[in-house]
Design a protein around this ligand. Structure first.
Ligand SMILES: CCCCCCCCCCCC/C=C/CC(=O)SCCNC(=O)CCNC(=O)[C@H](O)C(C)(C)COP(=O)(O)OP(=O)(O)OC[C@H]1O[C@@H](n2cnc3c(N)ncnc32)[C@H](O)[C@@H]1OP(=O)(O)O
Length: 276
């Protein structure tokens, strides 16, 4: 029933949907050419298989409306953009679920990174690891100035490593040396630091959402053909690299995560999170 609705009418607000078909995101339209996709998976918008699949399918639905030119990605939680991958997906999983989970993350990245839409990440809260991946996959990033917030790739802190395509995305965004330092130290950058290295494009004192809408509207005025060709030029190589190695990457991920040493690290990290 839901899929027959026009994307323009589609709002996945919890007020409108029963919990059994809750889609974990809300979609709204602040202007005729701009859509907003709000992550809404309490408590921390972590990316489970269902969450990643839902975001991907909503991006595709929005993309299919030719009137929509820009997409803002944001969060219903003002303190947390996304806590990254749902770590429980990686804790003592079945191999089948783990492979399907990783495919859903690859697919979310490929969809968001190569969409014809101009994408603005509106980062009001923490954005570690997979949260940073979502932000970096967008064309423009605005973040609240709050010095308590962190954005970056902290995988090493969990005893895991970013996959090659996330490392490549980070290198493309901040440059080789900063990426190497940030990755090996598992560094989370404050908004000021993130601005300095180009991990975000703008930091905002007031209402970050209003600035995101302004930027989305500016992008929407640029002729689509030029933007799409430019995106393809800048992003095609990384997209092709991953597309050519999907199975290899699934193999690396599942082997790495299922190792006993990795499992122990993940268990310890989960304990430290829930003890806080
Ligand atoms: C040959 C080459 C080999 C190469 C191998 C490559 C293949 C391997 C690839 C492996 C790649 C894996 C990539 C991973 C990327 C990721 O995204 S991993 C996830 C990283 N995320 C984090 O570390 C964030 C952890 N969370 C936090 O720091 C904080 O929760 C927060 C700052 C986001 C919010 O803090 P606060 O508001 O204080 O909330 P909390 O009380 O901490 O959390 C509430 C609640 O949520 C649970 N939780 C938090 N984060 C996650 C998460 N990511 N997943 C699942 N659950 C999470 C937390 O435990 C609390 O639960 P309880 O209320 O205690 O039950």
């Amino acid at each position: 029933m839901l899929s027959r609705l026009s994307p323009r009418l589609l709002s996945s607000s919890p007020r409108l949907l029963s919990s059994s078909i809750r889609t974990l995101v809300n979609v709204t339209y602040p202007s005729p050419s701009v859509a907003v996709l709000e992550l809404d998976r309490p408590p921390v918008n972590s990316l489970s298989l269902e969450m990643a699949t839902s975001i991907t399918s909503h991006i595709k639905q929005i993309e299919s409306d030719p009137q929509i030119r820009s997409l803002i990605l944001t969060s219903s939680n003002p303190k947390i953009f996304s806590a990254g991958l749902d770590i429980t997906e990686m804790s003592r999983p079945s191999k089948t679920r783990l492979s399907t989970f990783w495919r859903s993350i690859q697919s979310l990245f490929l969809t968001l990174y190569s969409t014809r839409l101009s994408t603005i990440s509106c980062i009001t809260g923490h954005s570690p690891a997979g949260g940073c991946l979502l932000s970096m996959s967008c064309d423009y990033r605005v973040m609240s100035r709050n010095p308590k917030l962190g954005i970056g790739l902290n995988e090493t802190r969990l005893g895991i490593a970013a996959p090659f395509w996330l490392k490549d995305l980070f290198v493309k965004t901040v440059g080789y040396r900063e990426a190497e330092l940030g990755l090996s130290r598992g560094k989370l950058y404050s908004p000021e630091e993130a601005l300095k290295i180009g991990l975000v494009d703008e930091i905002v004192d007031g209402e970050v959402y209003d600035v995101a809408v302004e930027r989305a509207e500016e992008y929407a005025e640029i002729p689509e053909k030029g933007i799409v060709a430019t995106k393809r030029m800048c992003r095609g190589e990384l997209v092709r690299d991953l597309e050519g190695k999907i199975e290899e990457d699934v193999g690396w991920f599942t082997d790495f995560i299922l190792e006993e040493g990795t499992q122990k690290g993940i268990e310890g990290y989960l304990k430290s999170l829930s003890k806080k």
